[in-house]
Write a protein of this length. Structure first.
Length: 125
């Protein structure tokens, strides 16, 4: 094989990859890909939400899922999945400004967050 055949091969490969990327962008833009992934219920709103993911180590992570008004804690790992806790009452949704920690007049945060920060500051390094 000479250099011209290698050049033609890589040019063809690049063209095919460009076609695949263009088709994927077209499907995503048309909204067809979302309908294949998950369809909402009859009311039009989604019932399942991923709330939080926390890595435990390189192979495992904790996942908090919300379905309707219940939350489920699942441990995902390379060898298998384990349901840690099911049927946790979901907290009521709060506006964004109420979710931020409140500060009192001295400039320190109050509540649970303030206690946690205070404990962290007191621990020796």
């Amino acid at each position: 094989m000479d250099l011209g055949e290698y050049f033609r091969f890589f040019l063809t490969l690049g063209f095919v990859l460009l076609l695949i990327g263009g088709l994927a962008a077209l499907v995503r833009r048309s909204g067809f890909g979302d309908r294949l992934a998950a369809t909402p219920g009859a009311s039009g709103e989604r019932r399942l939400a991923l709330i939080e993911v926390r890595p435990i180590d390189a192979k495992r992570k904790l996942v908090l899922l919300r379905r309707d008004d219940r939350e489920h804690l699942v441990l995902l790992g390379a060898t298998g999945d384990l349901l840690i806790e099911s049927g946790i009452e979901a907290p009521p949704s709060r506006p964004a400004e109420a979710a931020a920690p409140a500060a009192d007049s001295s400039g320190t945060t109050s509540g649970t967050m303030g206690r946690l920060i205070g404990k962290l500051r007191r621990q020796p390094s």
